[in-house]
Design a protein around this ligand. Structure first.
Ligand code: PGA
Length: 243
């Protein structure tokens, strides 16, 4: 079955580190894999140029207006022009460090759909919320707000990214992730009524655990940060994603 692997390079790579990573993706066997690479904005042209058609280009964020006097922002329409097919929206690092609200996230989801760029909406609970036993409530609330007024059958992806698992090495058990993702699918597809929507897992995915996630029902792929920025680990992760 087709699985989606999204590499989120965040702000971690120098230009010189990009070529070996792109080469690996160009060269590896990609049977049943859809690969999406999300470099920083300035590295998008470089990555696009080196892509031999092996993967899709994605961005890590966008602004909701189409154009205008918004210093420092990049619109979803500009991303489309730049060859982006996907964009991460509402990553927990954006919510946490840049104060992005669910209302902002909703505007960004709408803008990317209007621009023809597929939003990858990130949701997930913090450690405190997990310990308080309110994971599903938190996610339901995020989904309701982030996906308000989105048309049924919109082309979008949701990523379940428990905040406590991101960049910590403390990944969610694949079985529990699958249960949460079943809940997300029910919410998005049936209760919010958007229809079939792929749901990814993200948070400390690496070459060793990737297969356990990809083998689960309700996990349509993975969103990978740190492990996608190291050539040897990325090569193994992609090889282990084919089974
Ligand atoms: P990580 O990051 O794989 O380094 O935990 C995942 C993410 O932020 O999407």
């Amino acid at each position: 079955m087709q699985k989606i692997i999204v590499a989120n390079w965040k702000m971690t790579l120098k230009k010189t580190q990009i070529e070996p990573l792109v080469q690996i993706i160009n060269q590896v066997e990609k049977k049943d894999l859809t690969i999406v690479v999300c470099p920083s904005f300035v590295h998008l042209p470089e990555v696009a140029e080196k892509n031999d058609g092996s993967f899709f280009l994605g961005a890590q964020d966008c602004f909701w207006e189409e154009h205008g006097a918004y210093t420092g922002e990049v619109s979803a329409w500009d991303l489309k022009d730049g060859g982006c097919y996907y964009v991460l929206i509402g990553h927990s690092e954006r919510r946490r460090y840049f104060g992005e609200t669910d209302e902002d996230v909703n505007k960004k989801v709408k803008a990317s759909l209007a621009a023809g760029v597929v939003p990858i909406l990130c949701v997930g609970e913090t450690k405190e919320e997990k310990e308080a036993g309110i994971t599903l409530e938190v996610i339901k609330n995020q989904l309701r707000k982030d996906l308000a007024e989105i048309a049924p059958r919109s082309n979008l992806i949701v990523a379940y990214e428990p905040v406590w698992a991101i960049g910590t090495g403390d990944f969610c058990s694949p079985q529990i992730a699958a249960e949460v993702q079943f809940f997300i699918k029910e919410e998005v597809e049936v209760n919010i009524g958007l229809g079939k929507t792929p749901v990814l897992y993200g948070g400390s995915v690496d070459d060793a655990n990737v297969v356990d996630f990809l083998r689960q029902n309700y996990i349509d792929g993975v969103l990978v940060g740190g492990a996608s920025t190291k050539p040897d680990v990325l090569a193994k992760l992609l090889a282990n994603s084919i089974f």
